[in-house]
Design a protein around this ligand. Structure first.
Ligand code: G3P
Length: 216
């Protein structure tokens, strides 16, 4: 049961990394655009925080598998914990197969169906990323999709990790894990919400008050 952060903001990652509860990071071109920095530098800074067995996803953006593979070389040489993220397309799956055969970890992203998951697993993906929130935006049950993928992977002894992405609220974290996700990747704001509860705040306020009373 792993938690990744879904962000390219290095300072925010550094902050949450200190909890010891973050197992990896996912980035994508949109998150890189928001960070407004050189992606290779960003991946290099993030990956240096983590141990070798963590996973830092760096997404390649190209029209052909050959170009994706070429781009991936730059990311892969940064650190062994860098995972190459490719889209679930004809070219992306071709790239996934080649990279996986070279023992390079690949995260196949933008997964919206069981068929895509099966092909990504056959292409050797270490991770597949079903987009729960965007499924729901399009009237697809993202949690049911995760359950189906889990069932098929179990039946066929497939070791590809299910990385639930596009998570926009706490309930979908719970639902994803209950449905069999190995990992959820969270916007930092949602990660912060995980440890918050109004009853914890209320209880703590009372304990603080009583402690002060005792020490008067
Ligand atoms: O991990 C994928 C994520 O960055 C997309 O999230 O909320 O834009 O669908 P969202």
């Amino acid at each position: 049961m792993k938690i990744f952060l879904d962000t390219s903001d290095v300072d925010v990652i550094k902050h949450h990394f200190q909890t010891g509860l973050v197992d990896g990071v996912t980035t994508n071109p949109t998150l890189m655009m928001q960070a407004g920095r050189n992606p290779v530098k960003v991946i290099s800074e993030i990956s240096s925080l983590f141990t070798a067995n963590a996973s830092i996803s760096a997404e390649v953006v190209a029209d052909t598998a050959e170009e994706m593979i070429l781009q991936s070389e730059q990311y892969h040489s940064i650190n062994e914990n860098v995972t190459i993220k490719v889209p679930c397309t004809y070219e992306g799956l071709k790239a996934c197969k080649v990279l996986s055969d070279r023992n390079i970890k690949v995260n196949v992203t933008l997964i919206f169906s069981l068929s895509q998951s099966i092909l990504a697993a056959k292409a050797g993906a270490t991770y597949i990323s079903p987009f729960v929130g965007r499924c729901e935006d399009n009237n697809i049950d993202g949690i049911d999709l995760i359950s189906s993928i889990r069932r098929v992977f179990l039946n066929n002894l497939i070791s590809t990790n299910i990385l639930a992405a596009s998570i926009r609220n706490i309930d979908r974290i719970h639902d994803s894990f209950k449905a069999g996700a190995d990992i959820v990747t969270l916007p930092p704001k949602i990660f912060e919400e995980m440890y918050k509860h109004n009853l914890t705040d209320q209880g703590l306020a009372q304990f603080d008050k009583d402690w002060k009373e005792l020490n008067k």
